[in-house]
Design a protein around this ligand. Structure first.
Ligand code: ZN
Length: 490
């Protein structure tokens, strides 16, 4: 083939595909960030990775005539360079979506004023409320790199499928208040923020097993391109590698005495991954000895269908909660992101009859721990009305241990009467302080600083050394009040 013919063929190829270099993950030169380009039939995805400590990125979806953009940046120079790249593509910008509230993805929005920007109402409210404070704080940290001004003109993102130049775009949220995900179902592309930042050491999530499960689910969908808000573009094949990494973190955290040891193992496992200092941010959290929750607002609580609010009772700040239906539901409000195996849990509580029962009705409230899901957990609770009942058998049911779903109070009553209940002089309508010590398969309940345990459990039914959440347990017919939760980890 002559040179002329080759050149002609290349030209035809260029006209058809739009590029001579149509391979995937092509890097683009001439910009300060790293840019990866992935081409598909109807769409080209450009991932701009900033040269910052967190490998923060933004994605451009290029259809035949339009650009759809996912996130911008925090620093002025990243934003201006990203803007230069957008302009170089010479197409109309249809929308910029802001994925979530962290300002590394939106602080520099003032440079993108000519384009329509969309975010969820909670992100819009957050930026309006907290934006000025964050901008001021960043002034000191960023200096010359602070964006020129704070731009808060953002439209509300509607979660509707949109077809742009024949390409279906689907924005969705996995949980309310979480980041906005973007899926292109036909091209098999997913932007799932923080789920799997690739080519870098990630923030290790508190619920490592939960993340692994989510990744396994994503893997079944066989995405061709997986994008996060940080790091490099990944494919379905990279998921296993990431899962192995998380499993290593999990096992190492169980045996290590210092977070540096865990970091060392993870860096050895993936020596080429960048941003290892991110491990310094998340790993120390796993070595926290105690956590205190005053429970004076609903922040960090998973209400699980309960009606709850911040309150003040007998002069003490607390939260109150009840089940707003006239049925026998008993469950818990979970404290988000807790992972408790062994240690102590302390709580002050007070129960009065809920809105659907008589004023003389009995109340039940306590602590759920080692929670696996809504129906699988250990539980110790008190019955304040039983403490001074006239019937001795009732008094002997003042405190109780149950394990769900298999070892409820009904089952215990038949199978091992008297073994998981005890008497204590509880009084109605007064704050009671409970402390539960858990170790392996043993649990002890102490009340109002008693020297000796009021209740002993030597065979926790779920087994020993199970990790799980901590929750405020609310029994049927009870309006529960809770304050001062302290979890100490062994
Ligand atoms: Zn982020």
């Amino acid at each position: 083939m002559t040179f002329k013919k080759t050149a002609l063929l290349l030209l035809v190829f260029y006209l058809i595909t739009g590029s001579i270099f149509a391979q995937n993950n092509t890097k683009v030169n001439g910009f300060q960030g790293d840019i990866y380009v992935n081409r598909f039939k109807d769409i080209t995805v450009h991932t701009y990775v900033a040269k910052d400590d967190f490998l923060t990125n933004a994605h451009i979806f290029e259809t035949k005539n339009h650009l759809i953009i996912h996130d911008v940046f925090q620093k002025k120079d990243d934003c201006l360079d990203f803007l230069k790249y957008i302009k170089s593509l010479k197409k109309e910008v249809k929308a910029i979506y802001i994925s979530h509230e962290h300002d590394d993805h939106w602080l520099g929005l003032c440079y993108f004023k000519e384009y329509p920007v969309y975010a969820t109402p909670s992100v819009i409210n957050y930026i309006r409320k907290e934006g000025p404070g964050i901008y001021k704080k960043r002034q000191e940290q960023l200096g010359e790199n602070l964006p020129a001004e704070l731009n808060v003109s953002i439209k509300e993102l509607l979660f509707e499928d949109e077809i742009i130049d024949g390409v279906l775009f689907r924005n969705f949220q996995i949980n309310e208040g979480g980041p906005v995900y973007l899926e292109l179902p036909h091209q098999k592309i997913l932007v799932s923020h923080h789920m799997m930042p690739y080519g870098m050491h990630p923030i290790i999530p508190k619920d490592i097993n939960g993340r692994i499960e989510q990744l396994k689910k994503i893997k079944t969908k066989n995405y061709k391109l997986l994008l996060a808000g940080h790091g490099k573009p990944a494919t379905n094949e990279n998921i296993d590698e990431f899962i192995v990494y998380l499993q290593k973190a999990n096992s190492s955290l169980k045996t290590a005495t210092h977070y540096e040891d865990v970091k060392h193992e993870l860096v050895n496992l993936q020596p080429t991954w960048e941003a290892s200092m991110l491990l310094d941010r998340s790993l120390p959290n796993f070595f926290i000895k105690a956590e205190h929750f005053p429970l004076n607002d609903l922040k960090g609580l998973e209400l699980n269908g309960y009606k709850a609010k911040a309150s003040n009772y007998q002069g003490l700040d607390c939260i109150e909660a009840y089940w707003d239906k006239n049925d026998n539901n008993e469950s818990f409000i979970e404290i988000s992101k807790t992972s408790f195996t062994n240690g102590t849990i302390e709580l002050e509580l007070l129960g009065t009859p809920g809105p659907y029962v008589k004023e003389t009705s009995w109340t039940f409230l306590g602590l759920a721990f080692r929670i696996q899901n809504d129906s699988t957990y250990e539980c110790i609770y008190i019955r304040p009305s039983a403490g001074r009942d006239n019937d001795m058998e009732s008094r002997n049911f003042a405190v109780q241990y149950t394990s769900h779903p298999y070892y409820t109070w009904q089952v215990q009553k038949n199978e091992s009467p008297g073994k998981y209940v005890a008497y204590y002089d509880l009084t109605k309508n007064s704050w009671t302080k409970i402390k539960i010590k858990v170790n392996g398969q043993k649990a002890e309940l102490y009340i109002n600083d008693s020297k000796q345990p009021v209740l002993l459990v030597n065979d926790l039914k779920m087994g020993e050394n199970i990790s799980g959440g901590v929750g405020l347990w609310v029994g049927a017919s009870t309006l529960g009040r809770y304050r001062n939760l302290t979890i100490t980890y062994n």
